[in-house]
Design a protein around this ligand. Sequence first.
Ligand code: ADP
Ligand code: MG
Length: 319
Amino acid sequence: MNEFALIDSVFKRLEATSRDALTRRDGGLPPVLGIGDDGALLTVPPGQQLVVAADTLAAGVHFPFNTPPADIGYKALAVNLSDLAAMGAQPAWFTLCLTLPRQASAGMEAWLRQFCAGMEALIAAEPICLVGGDTTSGPLTISVQVMGLVPAGQALCRRGARAGDDLYVSGQVGAAAAALQWVLEGRPDRCPPALLQRLNRPRPRVALGLALRDKAHACIDISDGLLADLNHVLAASGCGARLDLATIPAVSELPLEAAITGGDDYELCFSAPPSQREALQALAVTLDLPLTRIGEVSAEPGLVTSAGEPLTASGYQHF
Ligand code: ADP
Ligand code: MG
């Protein structure tokens, strides 16, 4: 099967299912023109801003070579939706650029169908519509670009933290890093299923991001480790922070230091003024998602424990 036939059979189907999911969601706006032309045509509603983010996953770097294609498809979209969540954006559209190793067309088609099934599993829960992409051959690489909408001026940015804000993290910290240990040892069957789920099928915190638009001052999603990503917020905001290590909701399967420096959590870390404490507690109940206060933003730069000791460990870095 040549490239064009693949695009027709596989991506047009994914386009159709994702368009259905998006239009079923309240206010979901399908593209004016999707796959099939030289570009997609999209209308941004008046008063809204477009949030654009992209993330690439390369085999052997971001996932082991033997990862099931459905998990790869799920995660390629999940990590991108997580960026929209961190910006407080409502997911709308995405493009998919695939670099695929050459192989017999039957194998390629089977691989692509499973890959798309993984993406569709996430799209059913977090609607977003495929509007285009590109397909080339080479070492397996998946590059997704997502577009989301936010009322003008309401996006959550890294630069908004202020001294006196509370610092929060959603969910649990270190689950993916803990699961990765079992996977790298070749024993994923021994890993607690809830941890493996956070590694292979992380649920991006889209609903949380939307609810934080009018509550948080700054927000980031945790992809490189809590400490590293929190440092990005502090640097962008020109602040420091005190972290109460005892309050961090870390998994028990890892030492705390590994949990707060391990990547791939896709939880949100955000700052909010103390006046939002009750609203955030109520939100945690509504979303059935723990929102834990782990410290506070300070005017002095640097990250320290509540005892004043500097925290220097950083997260995963590619270069
Ligand atoms: P062009 O040569 O004009 O870039 P392509 O042949 O690359 O066109 O793509 C034709 C159409 O198929 C375009 O609308 C493009 O967005 C879409 N497309 C190609 N690859 C993918 C993909 N992996 N996922 C979704 N759409 C794709
Ligand atoms: Mg092209």
